[in-house]
Design a protein around this ligand. Structure first.
Ligand code: SAM
Length: 346
């Protein structure tokens, strides 16, 4: 995937081709604006209200307690992004955006978008981080910081996009009874896997701030009898034992190489003979090629936790060092391009 400027007409297209556009200026100026407008449209309730039905600016202003001028300007921008359409002064959420922006949709990413406002401070500190190498680690927030709610509900939105596919692709024996989900946050992947395996129950081990929100999410889904959250630090605390499978999803990009090898080794010990470790993450070669998404993700991961995106080759080495003798099987995820699940058996 590439993030790029596109000409809106032949003259603009030609100017871009001829190198007449200061693209760096456009990136600096418009990148912030794009984010700001979409985040504000979600956080002010504009997209949610339009998902319920068409509305004029006056109706949006009256119902949501907004100011007319910025509301109108925001709608113009949303229209040019393709998120809303307008006919005779009445705005509608566009069909293509409804599935992502209507909070009632199973594919909604509204809570994720709202949570991305937390990233603005991180990005604005990037020059200082580049000078000093000092990042403020997001997972160090105190357990009752409202950050965890925004973060974990945002992660839940993303997980809902792929959880069925993940649960289908991780095949466990019908006799499987116990699953550990390390850094499982919301617990949604565990819940989907438990739905497919009637005898299975899951333990989600996560930091207290995440686990508190995960418990709430699982209780609301009526799954608390099958998915249990345990407060803990996976790099320090006992993992338990006798698991048929362990999930380690989107955690290792927060950890250093040393921590990962030790964690994989402890996971191996916690598995029953023949048990499965499933690692899902964005393993990429950031420096290679022009994959803006991989490079962007690598920068973001460093900024948010001081860690790095790892490569598939590193993962294989770490698994071997941790005692998994057979190489992992790689399963591509259709719902999350760039991500894959790596399965190894004890
Ligand atoms: C990006 S989220 C991934 C959540 C979920 N596994 C998923 O794939 O959607 C990373 C999770 O790892 C958790 N985490 C980070 N460091 C951890 C640690 N040392 N021990 C346990 N959990 C940790 C975070 O609290 C968060 O819930």
């Amino acid at each position: 995937m590439r993030l790029a400027l596109h000409g809106a007409n032949p003259a603009e297209w030609l100017a871009l081709r001829l190198g007449l556009v200061p693209t760096a200026a456009a990136q600096a100026w418009a990148g912030m604006g794009l984010s700001g407008i979409v985040v504000a449209a979600v956080r002010t309730g504009v997209t949610e209200r339009l998902a319920q039905g068409p509305a004029t600016v006056a109706e949006l202003v009256g119902e949501l307690g907004l100011e007319p001028v910025p509301t109108q300007l925001m709608l113009h921008c949303l229209r040019s992004f393709g998120h809303v359409s307008c006919s005779a002064g009445v705005y509608r959420l566009s069909r293509s955006s409804r599935r992502w922006l209507d909070p009632r949709s199973d594919l909604s990413v509204s809570r994720y978008i709202a949570g991305t406002a937390d990233y603005w401070d991180w990005w604005s500190g990037l020059d200082e981080v580049t000078r000093t190498g000092k990042v403020s680690v997001s997972h160090d927030a105190v357990a009752d910081d409202p950050y965890w709610r925004r973060y974990i509900y945002g992660q839940l939105d993303l997980a809902r996009l792929s959880a069925r596919e993940v649960a289908r692709k991780i095949r466990l024996p019908a006799s499987a009874t116990s699953l550990l989900d390390v850094g499982g946050g919301h617990g949604w992947y565990s819940a989907e896997i438990c739905q497919r395996h009637p005898k299975l129950t899951a333990t989600v081990l996560d930091l207290p701030g995440s686990a508190a929100i995960g418990r709430e999410i699982i209780a609301a889904a009526g799954m608390s009898d099958r998915v249990r959250h345990r407060d803990g630090d996976a790099t320090l605390d006992d993992l338990g034992s006798g698991y048929d499978a362990v999930l380690c999803f989107n955690l290792v990009h927060h950890l250093t190489a040393g921590h990962i090898v030790t964690l994989f080794g402890r996971i191996r010990e916690s598995l029953s003979p023949g048990g499965t470790l499933a690692v899902m993450d964005a393993f990429a070669e950031p420096a290679r090629g022009a994959s803006a998404a991989a490079n962007f993700l690598a920068m973001f991961v460093y900024l948010s936790s001081g860690a790095q995106v790892h490569t598939p080759a590193e993962l294989r080495i770490w698994l071997r060092k941790a005692g998994f003798t057979r190489p992992p099987r790689r399963i591509r995820m259709l719902r999350i391009p760039g991500q894959a699940i790596y399965l190894v058996r004890k």
